[in-house]
Ligand binder design. Structure first.
Ligand code: KIV
Ligand code: ZN
Length: 537
């Protein structure tokens, strides 16, 4: 892997070429309530490859067996981008990451350690000298495994700049080829962040790629990343829809479109196929169960909507009066009708192929059944509808419980009642419940059938596409009670789509319940940073 200098990477037209390091599957997956299964992670990784990211951070292999397997599966299925695995500055982490990445065609080990006084003292209980020696050993060890090594100083923006020079310098001398400056707690201001990077680049003085990793606690993640790029960063770490720890990471779509739209001012660009942005955003939102807010820049439902009469009039005269980007460029051409009630299996398979969705035989059979049920109720089925039901089916791949049927009854004089049938392996479980409304009754019946003890934390309904026959899209967050000790509170998000909002709610509830079961019965990493990053390095 070539080592590149800050100014070395130049794209067409002389603009700086900024690499996109996507951490949706690592930092993004650490968002509360997200727990993707292996199949979902591979699906997202393959879409990220289609989007054209340079690096996919596939996970943190030492965190659990499931995480190791997911990194291995991504390393095997993705060939274009570099595949990175995270490792603390610990020989066991580094060896585990190397093993998980063994099949990758372009592996990268990303190793990190905290360098701020508060983190070193309170969390790591290490002296600066011990941290420095762990960095030298770890970068050297990682470099003996792979040629592409990234090193990060966790909580860099609250670290002593002179100590950062020492640590980054040692990392580069030991073999790190990318040096990453994280604003771990989202504390920096853009000018400060740029000044810090400028200082580090000049003091460390090594031929490396400088990278920035920013968090959004003050809503400055994208601004800080832009400032970092203006100060010479040639890699930016991002997550789709800006998901990630706490307030999230720098949003992929925002930084990419900021650089592309203002290329003449930023003199920088990426290699992202921007027309894949909308689809990537929908896929990540559907699989993580994190809805995209309507006013979210670039990918929100209202990002290109014009409400005020003056604006509408202006856009009708000339789109560029109020639109600085063309929605077509981010893949929002409007949904295309691809299938209808009379479409058969052949047309269905072809439509999925055209959408780049690859399913195995079993998934295909399940998805086709869902499609047929939907086609009975919805006349026009668009590419976006199709994507939604297929993704909904993929999400249920490793579920304990499957929804077989649901029946609800109610009205002005009848208490809302729901009866559900769930399948668990070969067993069928039937349960009924009365509720405040039909949705409440449906969720109550599922709660009984799955024997789940959780409270409903949030409930969001939207629609997949517009129109009276739109697919309802429901997101539910369930949480278990913690006991303040060994049994921490757990949270899981579930999503369900259907032409019927009660069925969509039932599917979302069951999906969240299945995830909760998976989280509580496995040792998979949770949203809690302390469990993902235990205190010893
Ligand atoms: O925010 C952070 O510091 C991180 C590092 C592991 C890069 O995510
Ligand atoms: Zn982070």
């Amino acid at each position: 892997m070539a080592v590149t200098s800050g100014e070395g990477d130049v794209g067409p037209g002389g603009d700086a070429r900024v690499k996109i390091f996507d951490t949706t599957l690592r930092d993004g997956e650490q968002s509360p309530g997200i727990s993707l299964n292996l199949r979902e992670k591979v699906e997202i990784a393959e879409q990220l490859a289609r989007l054209g990211v340079d690096v996919i951070e596939a996970g943190f292999p030492i965190a659990s067996q499931g995480e190791t397997e997911a990194v291995q599966a991504i390393a095997k299925s993705v060939t274009g981008p570099v595949v990175a695995g995270l490792a603390r500055c610990d020989p066991r982490d580094i060896d585990c990451a190397a093993e998980a990445l063994a099949v990758a065609s372009r592996p990268r080990i990303h190793t990190f350690i905290a360098t701020s006084e508060i983190h070193m003292k309170a969390k790591l209980k290490l002296t600066p000298a011990q941290v420095l020696s762990a960095v030298k050993e770890s970068c050297g060890r990682a470099r003996r495994h792979v040629n592409d090594v990234e090193f990060s100083c966790e909580d860099a923006t609250r670290s002593d700049p002179e100590f950062l020079v020492e640590v980054f310098g040692a990392a580069a001398r030991a073999g790190a080829t990318t040096l990453n400056l994280p604003d771990t707690v989202g504390y920096a201001l853009p000018e400060e962040f740029a000044a810090l990077l400028t200082y580090l680049r000049s003091e460390v003085g090594r031929e490396v790629t400088w990278s920035v990793h920013t968090h959004d606690d003050l809503g400055l993640a994208v601004a800080n990343a832009m400032a970092g790029i203006s100060a010479g960063a040639r890699q930016v770490e991002v997550a789709v829809n800006g998901i990630g720890e706490r307030a999230g990471n720098c949003s992929l779509e925002e930084i990419v479109m900021a650089l592309r739209t203002r290329r003449s001012a930023s003199r920088s660009d990426t290699a992202i196929a921007t027309k894949e942005i909308a689809r990537t955003s929908r896929l990540v939102s559907m699989l993580t169960g994190y809805p995209v807010p309507p006013n979210k820049a670039i990918v929100g439902a209202n990002a290109f909507a014009h409400e005020a009469g003056i604006h509408q009039h202006g856009v009708m005269m000339d789109r560029t009066t109020y639109e600085i980007m063309d929605p077509v460029d981010v893949g929002l051409e409007g949904s295309r009708i691809v299938l209808g009630k009379h479409s058969g299996r052949h047309a269905f398979v072809k439509a999925l192929e055209d959408l780049g969705l690859s399913l195995n035989k079993e998934e295909m059979a399940r998805a086709f059944t869902r499609f047929k049920a939907m086609a009975d109720r919805k006349i026009r089925i668009t590419d976006v509808d199709l994507e939604a039901i297929v993704v909904d089916e993929l999400a249920s791949d490793e579920d304990d419980y499957e929804l077989v049927s649901i029946q609800v009854a109610g009205g002005t004089h009848l208490s809302p009642t729901a009866t559900v049938r769930l399948r668990r392996g070969d067993e069928m479980i039937d349960e009924s419940a009365i509720g405040d409304g039909m949705i409440d009754a449906a969720c109550g019946a599922i709660q009984r059938a799955a024997g789940i003890d959780a409270r409903l934390e949030s409930f969001t309904v939207s629609s997949v596409t517009g129109g009276i026959d739109a697919l309802g899209d429901v997101t539910i967050v369930l949480a278990t009670q913690g006991d303040g000790g060994d049994r921490p509170e757990r949270r899981a998000t579930g999503r369900g789509v259907s032409t019927d909002v009660v069925e969509a709610s039932a599917r979302a509830y069951l999906s969240a319940a299945n995830r909760l079961i998976r989280i509580t019965t496995s040792i998979a990493p949770t949203s809690s940073p302390s469990s993902v990053y235990p205190s010893s390095p």
